[in-house]
Design a protein around this ligand. Structure first.
Ligand SMILES: [Zn+2]
Length: 663
């Protein structure tokens, strides 16, 4: 894994030269604090370090008007009073004699990162830059932003590298209206923004930040979206603002740093993992530095720490997701398929009901400051409770296959559990006493002990007796530290009959005989036959259940007749690295092709899963099965609600399809 880190110390030169409470938070320490933390955590030296270059004026012209570029060039020669007067012409912007240089370095850094990733010099990377870019427009600075770094990076990727489909994910707490304006009539760039809106009373107070702004002309449906499934981008650019992170005075929101690791990890499933993150906002130095480290760790392939807190979506979040889904449904069959959309009403306040606006650098919650720093330091402690294991991925095989190709850092495990321990578990089933099954069991137990003791993050093991070995793995996990074990069993595998129904094991059978929730903790779903159906099954059912369960160990089992193609198995394993902090054990049958073992080892090690191939629509039966299960499980598993509106409508559709069990 090569992760590029693009930076230049001269980007710290620009700073505010006069009093302005609105602008004072955008200061040079944002970069130095983040960089210092990356150094302390040993992350900087693991990256390919690139010194940022200035973007040329021709490159700036990809997005900005010549007049605007020349106006900015002129700022280098202005005195403080002139700079101040010019700044006043824009919304929440300040200029400094170094601004033009810094902004060209920031834009150049984004272009360099794209070059590094698209030429193969790096797999992914982060550009640590200021000034930020996503509010900047063709001929206007806005919200601390001078040139639109990410928009320039997207245009550069298209013009210089010939790409056709680029996804921009903007997770800054503010809406990147600049990026939206630049691409709103362009279907080749899908802009997905997640931002605080407050019904229009959060800066930049724009009606067009709402969910029903979906782009125009040819670009309808390519602004604000749920990007999975169909768009299949060739490059993912992240407008990585961290002002939604806990403690931030601007965003006043509660995202914990590890959220950003999970988001990064999820996005790595797209575009073959070609992900370029470019810093935008983020004004609480501690929270910003931690969040930057989380993104870099995820880019480097380190497992993300598990998410803490209750896994229950906020009602207002569900409303927002549903509005976005409804607005986009006419343009995306993958969304339309998931059922009829609710009636869309704008979530913007009308002028008379509008409460006082929240501006950048505006009202701060000082009372909460002390409490926030206590929360932050306790979070920091928590993260240290999840140190990265020395071995990221280990493979335990019963027989070595010459055709097996593994990344050099993947450990080929030779050891086995002590004889007595293996014998004790082997007594459970006769099949485990057989020669190879017994040897395999010893290796599985050794690998599992490594995972449970924090020595190994994830692993793959082969066995000739998969069903009974799986039962031992569950019981062993539960008796050694694991509080909750998620078991995703693919193929013809029955839940072990003697397993206690105490809520400590969630058994998910993919390629089950029928779509059925046999209990809250025992769910069966047939294997969908299309890429669309498979993605819906994983994203709308398996992942919400997995995150909702908050397991500390995930077992993925590819049993008899599992029917998964290698890219499907890889995507499943890659996504299941999320819920348990990367603690995943994959069990496969002894005669599985070495190619499958190789691809699983690579994704567990943090590489992007291979493409699923051309998108094909989910079949009506597959979708009904999902809607049926969501309807049955949603009351206990609230995370399923984020995947779509089930509830009454799903019940109704279930009645239509004739009962509770589907073919
Ligand atoms: Zn922001």
């Amino acid at each position: 894994m090569r992760t590029a880190l693009v930076y230049h110390g001269e980007m710290t030169a620009a700073r505010l030269l006069w009093e302005d409470p609105e602008c004072e938070i955008e200061r040079p320490e944002r970069l130095t604090a983040a960089l210092e933390r990356l150094q302390q955590e040993g992350l900087e030296r693991r990256c390919l370090q690139l010194a940022a270059r200035e973007a040329s004026e021709a490159e700036l012209g990809l997005v900005h008007s010549p007049e605007y570029v020349s106006l900015l060039r002129g700022t280098s020669a202005l005195g403080t009073e002139e700079l101040r007067a010019l700044s006043g012409q824009y919304d929440a912007v300040y200029f400094h004699p170094s601004t033009f240089h810094c902004a060209r370095l920031a834009a150049g850094a984004a272009l360099q990162l794209v070059d590094a990733v698209l030429t193969g010099a790096a797999h992914n990377g982060l550009a640590l830059v200021r000034p930020p870019g996503h509010h900047s427009q063709r001929a206007a600075a806005s919200g601390f932003c001078v040139f639109n770094n990410v928009a320039l990076a997207a245009k550069h990727a298209q013009q210089r590298h010939g790409l056709h489909r680029i996804l921009i994910v903007d997770w800054d707490v503010h809406h990147g209206q600049g990026t939206q304006y630049i691409f709103e009539d362009d279907p080749s760039v899908l802009y997905f923004s997640w931002h605080r809106y407050e019904h229009g009373r959060f800066w930049p107070y724009l009606r067009e930040s709402d969910a029903d702004a979906i782009g125009r002309g040819q670009g309808r449906g390519f602004t604000v979206n749920l990007p999975w499934n169909q768009f299949d981008p060739e490059l993912v650019l992240i407008s990585a603002g961290f002002d939604s992170a806990i403690g931030d005075p601007e965003g006043q929101m509660q995202a914990t740093p590890e959220c950003f690791a999970h988001l990064t990890q999820l996005l790595q499933g797209l575009a073959g993992g070609r992900v370029c993150a470019v810093l935008e906002g983020g004004y609480h130095l501690e929270s910003l530095s931690q969040s930057v480290c989380m993104v870099v760790k995820a880019l480097l392939g380190d497992p993300a720490p598990p998410l803490s807190g209750p896994m229950v979506p906020q009602h207002s979040a569900l409303e927002s997701i549903q509005s976005a889904r409804a607005a986009q449904a006419p343009h995306w069959t993958s969304l339309r398929q998931q059922g009829s959309a609710p009636i869309l009403s704008s979530s913007t306040w009308s002028p008379e009901e509008r409460p006082s606006p929240v501006s950048p650098g505006g009202p701060k919650f000082e009372a909460a400051e002390a409490q926030t720093s206590a929360v932050l330091s306790s979070l920091l402690d928590q993260l240290h409770l999840h140190p990265t294991p020395p071995v990221r991925t280990a493979v335990a095989l019963t027989a070595l296959d010459a055709a097996l190709v593994l990344p050099p850092e993947v450990l080929l495990q030779e050891g086995s559990a002590p004889q007595e321990e293996t014998q004790a578990w082997a007594r459970l089933h006769k099949a485990l006493a057989q020669d190879t099954a017994f040897i395999a069991l010893g290796k599985v137990l050794h690998l599992l002990n490594g995972i449970l003791d924090g020595q190994v993050s994830s692993g793959i093991a082969t066995t000739p007796a998969i069903a009974v070995t799986l039962e031992v793995a569950i019981l062993h996990g539960l008796s050694h530290r694991a509080q909750r074990v998620l078991c995703v069993a693919v193929g013809h595998l029955d839940r072990p009959p003697d397993l206690a129904s105490d809520g400590r094991t969630l058994w998910l059978n993919i390629r089950g005989k029928e779509a059925a929730a046999l209990s809250t903790f025992h769910v069966s779903v047939p294997l969908p036959g299309t890429t669309g159906g498979f993605l819906s099954c994983i994203l709308a059912l398996v992942l919400p259940l997995a995150y909702g369960f908050q397991p500390d160990l995930v077992l993925v089992v590819l049993g008899p007749a599992h029917g998964l193609q290698d890219p499907q198995a890889a995507l499943l394993a890659a996504l299941l690295r999320g819920p348990a902090g990367g603690r995943v054990l994959v069990l496969v049958e002894q005669e599985s092709p070495s190619q499958l073992v190789g691809v699983l080892a690579r994704v567990l090690h943090g590489e992007a899963p291979p493409s699923l191939g051309p998108f094909s629509m989910a079949s009506p039966e597959d979708l009904q099965a999902l809607i049926h299960l969501r309807g049955q499980l949603e009351a206990q598993w609230k995370m399923l609600q984020v995947a779509g509106e089930a509830g009454d409508r799903a019940e109704a559709e279930c009645r239509e399809c004739g009962g509770t069990v589907l073919p």
